[in-house]
Design a protein around this ligand. Structure first.
Ligand SMILES: Cc1cc2nc3c(=O)[nH]c(=O)nc-3n(C[C@H](O)[C@H](O)[C@H](O)COP(=O)(O)OP(=O)(O)OC[C@H]3O[C@@H](n4cnc5c(N)ncnc54)[C@H](O)[C@@H]3O)c2cc1C
Length: 291
């Protein structure tokens, strides 16, 4: 398949990029790594932007750094850098693991963390762990800047809540408190590095007595967007975690997902896997705290 003709724009500042995007509205699309955008542009079922606005000439959008009690990741940071960052591995090894288990080395060397979120696939592997971690997105536009939680960024399969002229500039993650762990588990029947048929992220904080003080559970690839599983969280919160409790929380998660049938898995199979993987992810997160 061939890509329809388009104009390639290479602004050298965020201000310029936002203005160009606003000027061309729905005719323009941001290009970060292009691993999703260019695939879509080859597909006749998708709309084709007349203007592709590359962020590659804009300096200062690729970094990972600790800043007081936050971890800051620039929008153009490659998935490979997330997977191999010592700062991320130290704070959240499961987030690094999630990035390391996406796609192929070639794609991870081009694809960016913000691109994975902005593409808004229900199966985006960066979404459930970042949502569980209460991560935020910094966004810039000609009107100024705003910050939104990652868990309110998705608006449907392939849709996000960005407005005309807006660009995501940074992902901000709070550093872990005491007695806290994150676990992200992806299930894909074809190979571990294929797109997720189910993804589950669990973030747990235990109190000094070993009971679950706070729990955030997010499910990927089993609804139009990655979703929170509050009923499953409620089973865990306030209790001492063991196999029986984790299995009960897994069962609740099954009742909260809304999967579809597709070529990766049937909806019924996905429901079954949600129960199994949620239970496992809760137990792994728990072990991560008590180890
Ligand atoms: C072979 C293959 C395997 C893959 N496997 C996986 C997998 O296992 N798991 C998974 O989650 N994904 C997978 N992907 C998808 C893909 O690699 C990721 O989603 C990637 O992170 C997208 O990043 P990008 O920088 O290439 O985004 P791009 O393709 O450049 O952009 C994606 C979308 O986001 C918008 N956008 C990008 N950056 C910004 C920004 N800063 N501000 C505003 N809008 C922006 C673009 O306009 C576009 O709509 C795979 C892709 C391929 C081709």
């Amino acid at each position: 398949m061939r890509i329809t003709k388009f104009e390639y724009l290479t602004p050298s500042s965020l201000e310029e990029a936002c203005l160009v995007l606003q000027q061309h509205g729905s005719q323009a699309a941001v290009l970060a790594g292009g691993t999703d955008l260019l695939v879509k542009m080859k597909n006749p079922r998708h709309s084709h932007p007349q203007y592709v606005v590359s962020l590659k000439n804009i300096q200062g959008l690729e970094y990972i750094r600790r800043d007081k009690d936050m971890l800051r990741i620039g929008a153009l940071t490659k998935l490979d850098a997330v997977a191999n960052s010592e700062v991320i591995k130290t704070a959240y090894s499961s987030l690094a693991f999630a990035a390391d288990n996406m796609a192929t080395p070639q794609i991870r060397n081009i694809g960016t963390i913000a691109g994975n979120l902005c593409n808004a696939a229900r199966s985006a592997d960066m979404a459930p762990p970042l949502m569980a971690l209460e991560a935020l997105l910094n966004i810039v536009s000609p009107q100024g800047t705003r910050t939104i939680p990652v868990d309110s960024f998705f608006a449907g399969q392939g849709k996000n809540t960005l407005r005309s002229g807006e660009i995501v500039t940074e992902v901000v993650i709070p550093l872990p408190p005491a007695r806290f762990a994150l676990w992200y588990q992806k299930f894909s029947p074809r190979s571990a590095r294929d797109i997720a048929a189910v993804g589950v992220a669990v973030a747990l904080r235990l109190d000094s007595g070993g009971k679950c003080e706070k729990c955030r559970i997010f499910l990927g690839a089993v609804a139009d967007t990655p979703i929170r599983a509050p009923l499953s969280e409620a089973v865990i919160t306030g209790n001492k975690i063991d196999e029986v409790l984790a299995a009960a929380a897994g069962k609740q998660a099954v009742s909260e997902c809304r999967p579809i049938d597709d070529n990766r898995a049937t909806a019924d199979y996905r429901r079954h896997i949600v129960g199994v993987v949620t239970k496992d992810a809760i137990l792994e997160a728990y072990r991560g705290v008590v180890a």
